[in-house]
Design a binder for this molecule. Structure first.
Ligand SMILES: [Zn+2]
Length: 220
């Protein structure tokens, strides 16, 4: 091998650099690449084979979707009633309750801070901590649990007419499972337990196992 192969190579390389051809060639390669990118960003072109793989796409997509859902709907997922998400968009005609069944608002002097929607399974009724919470109809306490996931201290009342009502984020529970309650009963005191951003009552109405808008029962 030529002892001076390094310097010879350097000289050749320098000559090539002086010649505009390599620069032209490089520019041409860049243009070819950009054309191949389909007029899209080179990075997205480079990542396209990865993004096009449906499994690769599915996993982060699902994580993102569930993450957004979790953050935006503190209780929709936690309510434990399957298949309710996105079903009730206030499109269900209001059920006319028998006039002999009396209903009432669970709390007085509240501010409705979040309504029923595709991302929220009930009404958020802002009231000071310690406000008495009453059942919307008479019935029997089905569940009265402390620090239940998401809902915090939570009471579920079965009204024995196809309807159930759930009261979440309570500070105190005054009833127990199996107890009969009527419109005069205090179920407990409002609070901010569980996944709650401030003092309020989370009210859910369940019609034949499916969450519906509380408007169905309360008319508001
Ligand atoms: Zn809520």
């Amino acid at each position: 091998m030529d002892k001076n192969w390094i310097s010879n190579w350097a000289v050749k390389a320098l000559r090539k650099l002086k010649n505009p051809w390599p620069i032209k060639e490089a520019a041409w390669q860049v243009i070819k690449f950009l054309v191949a990118c389909g007029k899209s960003h080179p990075l997205s072109f480079a990542l396209r084979p990865i993004a096009d793989n449906k499994y690769v796409r599915l996993v982060p997509g699902m994580i993102l979707f569930l993450g957004i859902l979790w953050w935006t709907t503190p209780l929709t997922l936690a309510s434990g009633v399957g298949g309710q998400i996105g079903i009730n968009l206030n499109l269900v005609p209001e059920t006319i309750l028998e006039t002999k069944i009396s209903t009432q608002l669970p709390v007085n002097n509240f501010v409705l801070t979040q309504g029923f929607s595709i991302i929220h399974s009930g009404y958020d009724m802002a009231v000071p901590i310690g406000t008495r919470v009453r059942p919307v109809m008479s019935g029997v306490v089905k569940e009265a649990e402390r620090n239940w996931h998401g809902y915090g201290n939570m009471i579920l009342v079965d009204h024995k007419n196809g309807y159930e009502s759930r009261y979440g984020h309570l500070s105190q529970i005054w009833v127990q499972a199996g107890q009969e309650v009527d419109l005069g009963t205090t179920l407990g005191l409002s609070g901010s337990t569980g996944r709650s951003t401030g003092p309020h009552l989370h009210l859910e109405i369940i019609e034949n196992g499916r969450v519906v808008s509380p408007k169905t029962v309360l008319g508001i």
